[in-house]
Ligand binder design. Structure first.
Ligand SMILES: Cc1ncc(COP(=O)(O)O)c(C=O)c1O
Length: 453
């Protein structure tokens, strides 16, 4: 290891507290210092190259060093790096909003910018709450319906509508109450049913909550098609449409959190397109800038927006804003990302790769400890189990997911599992040959790690 890597590693261990990381364990390992990126690869300070198998935590879209995004940022730096969006605007923020509205499902009309996914979720929740105050809806229309296994970020509002006990239960006393609908987790159906004979019983349960409590409910929030952090859980077809219909029936807003699923990840630009569903609010983040800079957006209908209009002294204003909302560099990066979608025909090119991935994944099911393989487009979860017959999960101390990731890293692939679920979420623009390598290494890493355990 070079002296430089040693020095950086020492600084890191002494001064940095890493997110979602047990620092006691981290401190015992040699840190990996990522200092370069090229296409689908990350390069560490020792010159080792790794396929970015989870898109640098689900953000990267066209790979690293994308000319369209690089140049957009460089050009913008020469003009303006930041100016507030409170009461004034800047060119990239205005231009990007126009492009996003053209890209989003019809009916979405207004873009409210924030910095990260969790903030954009907070915005959606607060907007939905305030919307009903302005509409003079029932006083009690203050609650939210969310899903078991859902994840919407780590701020307290987002955690309140989250459903992953491991991350969220500690903070219970700080959270507001919600109605919980079952997860659309077919492999371990919480209602003990089987798709399709279940007739979408999970959606029926959600409908029941709305039918009984709609006077108390402001909005339903969920991740369309894939509960990502919950373990890459893929919804059965028809679920999303059914939820939209329930929301319409009971006059409840629908918030779709596409922070993880947006920008091609599921094979379409947005996951809600698979079922032709338009939400009342669409939440975007992560891939919005192609994985370059923090930026998120809460995109609403005209109907929601109009409810906030009034004279100054009526104070119908949405009193919420983040310092870097609509940051020109981030918005320019995002414009570059959208340009790259066009230049590389990203979505068209993706279809063949998705087909390849789906075909290859069938092989994984033959491995002794692979209980379930699920995917939607480029979002893949491979759930490892101790026993396939009983679906007995591996105990947490087996760290099976991490063992797979360790083997993958030795073979030039960076992965980050979710517990016992091996996750693949490569950049949407990954070249076919790199995708092949990613699949091959993941397969052999699962085989090796499970044989050793
Ligand atoms: C569906 C979803 N919503 C929100 C978030 C939070 O985004 P951020 O980490 O940018 O706050 C995430 C992050 O993984 C996510 O997957």
């Amino acid at each position: 290891m070079s002296d430089r890597t040693k020095k950086l590693g020492a600084y890191d261990k002494e001064f940095v507290w890493h997110p979602f990381t047990q620092m006691k364990e981290y401190a015992q390992k040699d840190p990996i210092v990522i200092e370069g990126g090229e296409g689908a690869y990350l390069i560490d300070s020792e010159g080792n190259k790794y396929i970015d198998g989870v898109s640098s935590l689900w953000v990267n879209i066209h790979g690293h060093k994308v000319p369209e995004i690089d140049n957009a940022i460089k050009n913008q730096v020469d003009k303006l790096s930041h100016s507030t969006l409170l009461g004034v605007t800047n060119p990239p923020a205005a231009e990007l909003a126009k492009e996003l509205i053209e890209l989003c499902p019809q009916g979405l009309k207004k873009v409210f910018y924030s910095g990260d996914g969790a903030s954009a979720v907070e915005v959606a929740l607060k907007m939905a709450f305030q919307y009903w105050r302005h509409k003079g809806g029932p006083e009690k229309k203050t609650k939210f319906v969310c899903l078991e296994n859902g994840y919407h970020g780590d701020t307290l509002g987002a955690v309140s509508v989250g459903g992953i006990d491991l991350f969220h239960s500690t903070f219970g006393p700080l959270l507001f109450e919600t109605f919980r609908a079952p997860s659309y987790y077919c492999y371990r159906c919480p209602l003990n049913k089987t798709y399709p004979s279940c007739d979408l019983a999970c959606a029926t349960e959600l409908d029941k909550i709305l039918s009984e409590h709609h006077e108390d409910i402001a909005a339903v929030i969920l991740e369309p098609y894939v509960q990502a952090a919950g373990g890459m859980i893929v919804s059965p077809e028809g679920y999303l449409k059914s939820v939209r219909e329930s929301c319409d029936k009971y006059d409840v807003l629908l918030i779709l959190d596409e922070v993880a699923t947006g920008f091609g990840r599921t094979g379409r630009m947005f996951a809600c397109e698979h079922e032709d569903v338009t939400p009342d609010m669409l939440v975007l983040g992560k891939g919005l800038t192609g994985g370059y800079l923090p930026l998120s957006a809460t995109i609403t209908t005209q109907e929601v927006y109009d409810a906030f209009l009034g004279d100054y002294e009526e104070f119908k204003t949405f009193f919420h804003g983040h310092s870097y909302a609509g940051n020109p560099l981030s918005c320019a990066a995002s414009m570059g990302n959208l340009q790259a979608f066009e230049n590389y025909n990203t979505l068209e090119e993706l279809q063949e790769k998705v087909q390849f991935l789906e075909d290859e994944l069938k092989e994984f099911g033959g491995l002794k400890h692979v209980g379930n393989v699920r995917s939607k487009g480029f979002m893949v979860g491979i759930e490892l189990v101790e026993d396939k017959e009983t679906k007995e999960p591996y105990a947490p101390e087996s760290k099976i997911g991490w063992k797979v990731a360790d083997h993958a890293m030795e073979n030039g692939v960076l992965l980050r599992p979710l517990g016992n679920v091996v996750v693949l979420m490569p950049p949407v623009g990954i070249p076919m040959e790199d995708l092949k390598k990613l699949v091959r290494v993941t397969y052999s890493s699962i085989k090796k790690a499970t044989e050793e355990s």
